[in-house]
Design a protein around this ligand. Structure first.
Ligand code: TZP
Ligand code: MG
Length: 210
């Protein structure tokens, strides 16, 4: 990880939330509203579709100078020279991933302090911690309380990003735990006005961070 990453408003893509609206245009609206990093998460795409979409998203993120992180697929991250990879507890172990991706950014999903410390020890650059609130974006989330994420943040020294059902109502409570950023999908991608909603989220984040 050669440069500082702003995790403050981390957009995770989700086709379903868009309700048929144009993918790249929607991401661009999010970027214009203040998204600081994008994770391309494709759970039902063929390798070819994932790769082709990743190439286009990379052009977009390059245009705006924000990092692109690829979910699950190290091969695609390498093929398009993304800034990073995000893996879960059932993907390749962090140590193995690190060996494959060199100094690209490595994010690991964790839901317990034990997993968080292990991810850090195995070379993760940041952790995603959740699910904090109920969500329809992901079926099999494990519950993490605000108390628990606060405790994790206090005990690791890599950036911590909260995830799961974060919206305009609960955002302040999440920020109050001291974490480095929030990862969201539906609050942005299913918004009637993606840019306006993202701007409101960005403003809340800017006003609450020290
Ligand atoms: N991992 C844990 S919760 C979640 C993922 C990918 C979904 C986040 O999406 P939303 O719509 O912000 O709840
Ligand atoms: Mg995964």
């Amino acid at each position: 990880m050669g440069y500082h990453i702003d995790f403050s408003l981390y957009l995770v893509t989700d086709d379903n939330a868009l309700g048929g609206r144009d993918f790249l245009q929607s991401l661009e609206k999010g970027i214009l509203g203040g998204v600081s990093v994008i994770q391309l998460r494709e759970k039902n795409s063929s390798s070819l579709d994932f790769y082709n979409r990743a190439k286009k998203v990379k052009e977009l993120t390059n245009k705006y100078g924000i990092p692109l992180i690829i979910n699950d697929r190290i091969d695609i991250a390498l093929a398009i020279d993304a800034e990073g990879v995000h893996l879960g507890q059932n993907d390749l172990p962090a140590k193995v991933a690190r060996g494959l991706i060199g100094n690209k950014l490595l994010g690991i999903s964790t839901a317990t302090l034990e997993e968080a410390l292990k991810a850090q020890q195995e070379g993760a650059d940041y952790i995603g911690v959740g699910g904090l609130f109920p969500t329809i974006t992901k079926a099999d989330t494990r519950k993490v309380t605000l108390e628990e994420i606060k405790n994790i943040k206090e005990k690791v020294n890599i950036p911590v990003v909260g995830i799961g059902g974060i919206n305009e109502e609960n955002l302040s409570l999440v920020i109050a735990t001291g974490i480095d950023g929030v990862a969201v999908a539906s609050v942005i991608l299913s918004a009637e006005s993606i840019k306006e909603t993202t701007m409101r989220l960005s403003r809340i984040i800017a006003s609450k961070s020290k």
